[in-house]
Write a protein that binds this ligand. Structure first.
Ligand SMILES: *Cc1c(COP(=O)(O)O)cnc(C)c1O
Length: 431
């Protein structure tokens, strides 16, 4: 499989190079040259396959001959070694819980898959690869955990000071070994801009092999399509139409859902659930794509003013606005509405959601008013324990501390504060 740069379709590389580079030399995101359609028989008989078999069938075309079958199967088996349960909330709305991995964030799957692929490609390479990543919350922890101890790979994480939860901060600043954290005086978009600038800085790229681990990287982005297929497998008999509601920030996750649709998954519509950072909701109304500065919210992993993967959605549907409107709806909610939804979920449905999942639930409910017959699945993208500052004390007290989190709490934070690109550059060149 070849990947082309969205800035220039002539600029093509294989899977291994796309993963190692992260972003094309011309700053374009990589995009698969073809997306095969699997037979309807495969989709009808999904129940017969294990998660690893499904994952292999769906992802092997994207990996091509870059990783042999046996190794790819082992990577997938290891990457997917936890559950992806779908929990009924109301009669026609269910929660797809994506927080059962080691950092309790849905990003675990993408980060683990990418780490294992990169480790595979780099096993006989004497030169280290440095993964440089900006996080608005959960990416950092998932990447840090996924790459911890991977030989030949160093990880440098940038996060906005004071804008991630305490547990999130612990997850990315306490691991040590090949993982370092930089605490940036700014918002997520500042972190992301610094990372982008480093990739374009010849002085840096001449002296080290940099790669990204944001959903820009195809190995982070593509395996996310599996969640939808695993959930579809369990829910497909509930209604003729299945609709996913996806709490969206950089739009990597929902764009992966759309790739699953191209692969033939019989789902026709997706909902992008937004907090106040709602550039896509506004675009769907006006056809104008107008990014704004990031607004900080309690669902901080979605505090993204200019989502990097939206260009991939446009590419998938050939920039056809009517088509995009057919496939995608978007709703946005402020913090007050989010808190209210979290309360409703507890009081009426005995379900503790995190702020991101709660927004997914709200969007599913709103869409349901127009399309009442469908079965809705919202993605619960993080464990609520990671948002204790948003939950009331009574509610927090009822959540059992998961072992993955408990082991972090006493560990000491190690992070270097930076405030400008120059400081990042000096840090990287000094490594
Ligand atoms: C990253 C993240 C999101 C947003 O996912 P995108 O792929 O960036 O749209 C939503 N919720 C949580 C908890 C996240 O960590």
């Amino acid at each position: 499989m070849q990947y082309y740069s969205l800035n220039n379709p002539q600029q093509k590389v294989g899977f291994a190079e796309a993963v190692i580079q992260g972003i094309a030399p011309d700053k374009g995101l990589y995009f698969p040259e073809t997306i095969p359609t699997l037979s309807s028989n495969f989709w009808d008989t999904l129940d017969q396959y294990s998660n690893t078999e499904i994952a292999y069938t769906l992802l092997a075309p994207f990996v091509g001959d870059a990783i042999p079958e046996k190794d790819l199967k082992a990577i997938l088996e290891d990457t997917l070694s936890f559950d992806f349960p779908v929990v009924a909330i109301t009669e026609n709305i269910a929660s797809l819980e994506l927080f059962h991995g080691p950092t309790m964030a849905f990003k675990d799957v993408g980060a683990r898959f990418m780490a294992r692929c990169l480790g595979y490609f780099n096993q006989n390479n004497p030169n280290k690869v440095t993964v440089l990543v900006a996080t608005s919350g959960d990416t950092g922890g998932a990447v840090a955990n996924g790459f911890l101890g991977t030989e030949g790979v160093d990880v440098v994480i940038l996060y906005p000071s004071g804008k991630v939860s305490d547990i999130q901060e612990k997850q990315l600043t306490t691991l040590g070994q090949n993982i370092s954290a930089l605490e940036v005086d700014g918002v997520f978009d500042d972190c992301q801009d610094m990372v982008k600038q480093a990739f374009l800085d010849k002085e840096i790229t001449d002296s080290m092999q940099l790669t990204s681990a944001n959903s820009i990287n195809v190995a982070r982005w593509l395996p996310q399509l599996l969640y939808y297929v695993f959930a579809y497998k369990t829910q497909k008999d509930k209604a003729e139409e299945i609709i996913f509601s996806v709490p969206s920030g950089n739009y990597g996750n929902i764009c992966a859902a759309m790739v699953a649709q191209k692969l033939g998954m019989p789902v026709q519509h997706f909902i992008a659930a937004n907090n106040a950072n709602n550039v896509v909701a506004r675009y769907l109304k006006s056809e104008k794509y107008e990014p704004k500065t990031t607004i900080p919210t309690i669902s901080n992993a979605m505090d993204v003013g200019n989502p990097s993967n939206f260009v991939r959605i446009q590419e998938l549907y050939h920039n056809n606005f009517t088509k995009i409107q057919e496939v995608l709806s978007s709703y946005s909610y402020d913090d007050a509405a989010t808190r209210k939804a979290m309360d409703t979920l507890i009081e009426q449905y005995d379900y503790i959601a995190d702020p991101h999942g709660a927004i997914g639930f709200l969007a599913a409910q709103e869409h349901q008013q127009k399309h009442p017959k469908a079965q809705y699945i919202f993605l619960e993208t993080a464990h609520p324990i990671k948002f204790l500052d948003v939950l009331s004390e009574e509610v927090s007290a009822t959540i059992a501390m998961p072992a993955q989190i408990a082991s972090l709490l006493d560990r000491e934070k190690v992070a270097k504060k930076i405030a400008s690109y120059e400081e990042l550059k000096r840090y990287l060149l000094g490594k």
